[in-house]
Design a protein around this ligand. Structure first.
Ligand code: GAR
Length: 220
């Protein structure tokens, strides 16, 4: 059972929902300081909704195609979020661009996970583009959302090595493993009141820079 005083979080999804699953699993622990109060999908029939149901969390569909325009879609999204009582909104594989109006209403209460070390490789197909660029380290980023795509103050990043024989799928799987650790950690920090934004940079109270360097490739 979640903590009674655990802070309420809503998760926005559009697809398979493995990052949602990581949050649901984390929130099942009695000491986790956040609880998932509602999952909202922009599309019906996605696996993420099954995951919510299996965890006993309310899943609702706010189908973008059911609305005349983006503001109408976002008004419905906003209403569903307010009704849920969520204090934080997590975009976990939510594949709709959000307008300035929506983002402004949830400023510093809206976070996104993106599968690259931002600001590199914004947008789609990040793993194939990282391989094309020949980078040695790739990874994922959790950031507060600002109006531009995949932009906003960075909260945390996790790096993974790029292997010489990686395909986009192999690399994606390695990054996804890192995502599943990073996102629940960031939501925990938020719930513990550790995150603050100063001049568009995030401070994580109690965090220290890890010692040493992370480098790749390793030879010999
Ligand atoms: C994740 O890799 C997430 O980082 C990415 O979509 C995937 C969703 O997977 N998000 C973006 O690309 C946003 N720009 P999931 O549905 O299994 O969590």
């Amino acid at each position: 059972m979640p903590q009674v005083d655990a802070r309420p979080v809503a998760v926005l999804v559009s697809g398979r929902g493995t990052n949602l699953q990581a949050l649901l699993d984390a929130a099942a622990a009695p000491t986790y300081p956040a609880r998932i109060v509602r999952v909202i999908s922009s599309r019906p029939g996605v696996a993420a909704l099954d995951r919510a149901r299996a965890a006993g969390v309310e899943g609702v569909v706010v189908h973008h195609r059911a609305f005349a325009d983006r503001p109408a879609f976002e008004d419905a999204l906003h209403a569903a979020l307010v009704e849920s009582g969520a204090e934080l909104v997590v975009l976990a594989g939510f594949m709709r661009l959000l307008t300035d109006g929506f983002v402004g209403r949830w400023r510093d209460r809206l976070i996104n996970i993106h599968p690259s070390l931002l600001p590199a490789f914004k947008g789609l197909d990040t793993h194939a583009r990282a391989l094309d660029a020949g980078v040695r380290l790739h990874g994922c980023t959790v950031h507060f959302v600002r109006p531009a795509m995949d932009a906003g103050p960075i909260i945390a990043q996790a790096a993974v090595p790029v292997g010489p024989d990686d395909t986009p799928d192999v690399l994606a799987a390695r990054v996804l493993g890192a995502e599943h650790r990073l996102l629940p950690a960031v939501v925990r920090w938020w719930a513990e009141g550790r995150l603050s934004v100063h001049a568009e940079r995030v401070r994580v109270a109690g965090a220290a820079a890890p010692d040493g360097v992370l480098w790749g490739p390793v030879v010999g």
